[in-house]
Each structure stands twice: as structure tokens, then as C-alpha cells.
Design a protein around this ligand. Structure first.
Ligand code: GLU
Ligand code: MG
Length: 436
């Protein structure tokens, strides 16, 4: 029998998982218009394949419509070509569905265009770990450990390029068997699409080489976490950069300053969307170079939002390279949802006319709570339960998401939490590393 080539139409859902359905490749033209059938209650499937109380029950029909701009066709030599596309979830009439993560991000980007007249350029920097025991120890940023995975790294970079990304760099990160891979920025929704494709490709490339890759937020609390750092800059309609001003504080334009101030103001309310697993809060603790407070850093890696260094020397190139980095995210989050939350918070800062605070240059964990409060610093939530409460209790942040998103998100996450309620931290880490 000759196998029939299939294309998998996929969505990255509230759990940050990539799910969907395959159709015969010969039907592509039809499927680009009509999609594949999808079920509302699927949105309640959590990262452990549990299913929370669904407001939809057995009712309703949706379409998942593949977008050919996200096509991945990759052959890793195992004799099988992976072929998939991300898509939008719509009603049967083609209206965007309120729980479609790509549509949610599109809404946030439209708001940015409306309030500031700019487009977003984004790049997701990912850390991941290979699950096996490290081949060599003591290899933080090591060349030898890099060489051990040179084939994996070279295959992955080729696959990323083939999928339309611009490979930037890959390295052996600090942690045991930890690697970091970076691609160049992409415009709008494509930046989040690229993050999804990068995770999928990394897992597949690793598997094809007998390895297993995990993007879990943290494997072992005695060691380092796996962060997702979202780099953002702004472009005017004509493509000129709008992020930098040589006379602005830390080089930020007024727009960047207001956007950053909004992100910092609402950070405690949005981490439930950007760091959405129970163990995400083991990573978001001081001294991990992740994020523990709502502070701005000027090149400081112990800040939630960082003004990144530029290597260019001439003013035009500096303006193009200049970007800010959101560090309180991880790969349990759907990239589209995480970016939507950050962009909405930034837009809110622009609408409220805020100005970014001065960057911190000290260890905030040493300050007493009264001083932190007096200086406007908030310790980020220390559990997912607390993060969900801070999202739900903030009418402004909740209001950025159309109904029924806030209630559905809470129910989805509550079911996830209930399923691991009896597990200790080590067992929770093991459960999450199996799913991300
Ligand atoms: N592993 C750190 C994190 O969890 C980031 C380290 C770095 O700055 O690259 O975010
Ligand atoms: Mg890193």
C-alpha cells in the first residue's frame, strides 16, 4: 500500500499544547477555505489530558482553518515527513472564536496599532533540556557538550530555516543538558507562530536523534529553570523603528517607556498567562536570572523586563536593534496568549500615559516589604493559584479578553491544578517535564 500524504492542521491551545487533525494533502485547497471540524470543549483539555468543567459540554461546532504561511515540512531522515500548519479557530460562519489563541493575539496587535500606530516585531528566545543524563558534566556554556549535540544543533537550525525562521544562535546553556536556541524577530502573529514551530521542531529533531527535549519551566528546583524570553520592538507603517530614542531614559522612546510601564504595572496580573504552570513559580524566584519582581533592568538579567544591549554603532542600526525583553514567560504558555497578555499590558500603559520607572541595580530580595511597597515594587505571585487570583481580581486585565475567556481559563487551570494537588514539588516537576 502506498501511504497517503497527510497534512496536520494545528492550534496551540490554552494549555500551550499543539493539537489538531490531519487531512489528505490532496484536499489542501478545500481545507484552506473550509478547515477541519473542531469542538469547543477541546479548549478544556489541559496539559495532563484531563478535562475541566466545560461551559460547552457536548455542544457546538467550530472550524480549524490552516494558514499556509505557517507550513512546516520536515524530514529528519526517519523516512517520515512531518507536515503541518497552524491555523485559526472560527465559527462555522468564519468568525474568529473568542478562545482561539491566534485570534486573541491578533486582537492585541490591532489594539497596539490603534493606540500607538505601530506594529510589533517579536522574537522568542527558548531554553530547553535534553532529558538523558549529560554526556559530560561541568559544561555550562561548554564547547565539549555543545560538540556532543552538534548534529542535533545543526539539524535543528536547518529545520528552523526551512520553516521560514532566521536562525540566530544556539548554545549549551548553563544547566545540565540545557541548551538555548534563538531565532531572529518576526512581525506580529508570526513571531508567536515561530515560537510554536520552534518547540515542535526541537522535540522532533531531538527524537529523531534518540534524545528527548523538554521545555518544562524547571526540572529540578536545585538547578536552573528553562525560560522563554520575549524580545519586542516596534515598527512604524513604513518599517522604520519606533523603539529607540537616543535622548530617552535607557534609550527608550516615549512609546517604549509607556509600553514598558504598562507591562510592569500589570505584570502581577498577567503572569498567570505567561508562566501558567504550577511549577512556573519555582522558576520565578530571586537569583535565578528569571523574574521575581515587577522591575525594569537596564541590561540586568535579574529583571522581569530588560532593556537589551545593542551591538551596532551607527544610530540607524542601533534604532533597529534596540529591543526590550520580557523574562517572566515559559514554555508552558501558548506563545500567542503570552504575547497577547504582554501587548495588552503595554497598550494599557500607553493609554494611561505612564512612564517607565528607573531601572533597578540592586538585589530586591534584600529589601524589606515596606520599602518594596514604598518604591512601587511588587513580588510576583508565588504560586499559580495566586497568579490566577491576581488575573481574576484585576478587572482591567480581565477586560482585555472577551468573554468567555477569563472564566474558561480559570476552569481550565483549576482542573490542571486539581490533578496534581497531591503531588510534591519533585513529582510535579516530573509530571510537567513529561508534557512540555
Ligand atoms: N535560565 C534563566 C531563566 O529561567 C535565564 C538565563 C539567561 O539569562 O539566559 O529565565
Ligand atoms: Mg539563556
Amino acid at each position: 500500500m502506498t501511504p497517503m500524504p497527510l497534512i496536520f492542521a494545528a492550534t496551540c491551545d490554552l494549555a500551550g499544547k499543539v493539537r489538531g487533525k490531519a487531512f489528505p494533502a490532496g484536499q489542501l485547497e478545500k481545507r484552506l477555505k473550509r478547515g477541519v471540524g473542531w469542538t469547543p470543549t477541546n479548549v478544556m483539555i489541559n496539559c495532563f489530558d484531563g478535562i475541566g468543567d466545560s461551559p460547552f459540554g457536548a455542544l457546538g461546532d467550530l472550524l480549524l482553518v490552516p494558514d499556509p504561511a505557517t507550513e512546516v515540512r520536515a524530514d529528519f531522515g526517519a523516512g517520515v515527513t512531518e507536515h503541518y500548519m497552524l491555523g485559526d479557530i472560527t465559527s462555522l460562519d468564519g468568525e474568529p472564536w473568542a478562545l482561539c489563541t491566534r485570534s486573541i493575539l491578533r486582537g492585541a496587535l490591532d489594539r497596539l496599532k490603534r493606540v500607538a500606530g505601530v506594529h510589533l516585531l517579536g522574537a522568542f528566545e527558548h531554553e530547553f533540556q535534553l532529558k538523558g543524563a549529560p554526556g559530560i558534566r561541568n559544561q555550562g556554556f561548554g564547547r565539549e557538550a555543545f560538540e556532543l549535540q552538534r548534529r542535533l544543533s545543526e539539524t535543528l537550525m536547518a529545520a528552523l530555516q526551512e520553516a521560514g525562521m532566521e536562525p540566530d544562535s544556539i548554545m549549551k546553556e548553563f544547566g545540565p543538558n540545557q541548551y538555548e536556541v534563538v531565532v531572529g524577530p518576526d512581525k506580529g502573529v508570526r513571531a508567536a507562530d515561530a515560537a510554536v514551530l520552534l518547540r515542535e521542531l526541537t522535540r522532533s529533531v531531538a527524537r529523531a536523534q534518540g534524545e528527548e527535549a523538554t521545555f518544562t519551566p524547571i526540572r529540578d528546583v536545585a538547578s536552573v529553570g528553562n525560560g522563554v524570553h520575549i524580545h519586542m520592538s516596534f515598527l512604524n507603517d513604513d518599517g522604520s523603528p519606533a523603539t529607540y530614542d537616543e535622548n530617552g531614559a535607557c534609550g527608550m522612546s516615549a512609546l517604549t517607556s509607556a509600553f514598558s510601564a504598562g507591562v510592569l504595572k500589570y505584570l502581577e496580573n498577567i503572569v498567570a498567562l505567561t508562566a501558567p504552570s504550577a511549577i512556573s513559580y519555582e522558576r520565578l524566584t530571586p537569583h535565578r536570572w528569571s523574574a521575581a519582581y515587577n522591575n525594569l533592568g537596564f541590561r540586568d538579567r535579574e529583571a522581569s523586563l530588560r532593556v537589551c544591549p545593542v551591538t551596532a554603532k551607527d544610530p540607524a542600526s542601533i534604532a533597529r536593534q534596540f529591543n526590550i525583553e520580557y523574562r517572566a514567560a515559559d514554555a508552558a504558555a501558548c506563545p500567542h496568549l503570552a504575547l497577547a497578555a504582554v501587548v495588552h499590558a503595554g497598550c494599557q500603559g500607553i493609554e494611561e500615559g505612564l512612564t517607565a520607572p528607573a531601572p533597578t541595580e540592586e538585589d530586591l530580595s534584600l529589601l524589606p516589604p515596606e520599602e518594596l511597597a514604598a518604591r512601587g515594587f511588587v513580588r510576583l505571585p508565588s504560586s499559580l493559584e495566586e497568579a490566577l487570583d491576581r488575573f481574576q481580581s484585576c478587572d482591567v486585565a480581565k477586560g482585555w479578553f472577551a468573554d468567555p475567556f477569563p472564566a474558561v481559563y480559570r476552569a481550565h487551570k483549576q482542573a490542571e491544578l486539581a490533578s496534581i494537588a497531591e503531588l510534591d514539588t519533585e513529582a510535579r516537576c516530573a509530571a510537567y517535564e513529561d508534557t512540555y
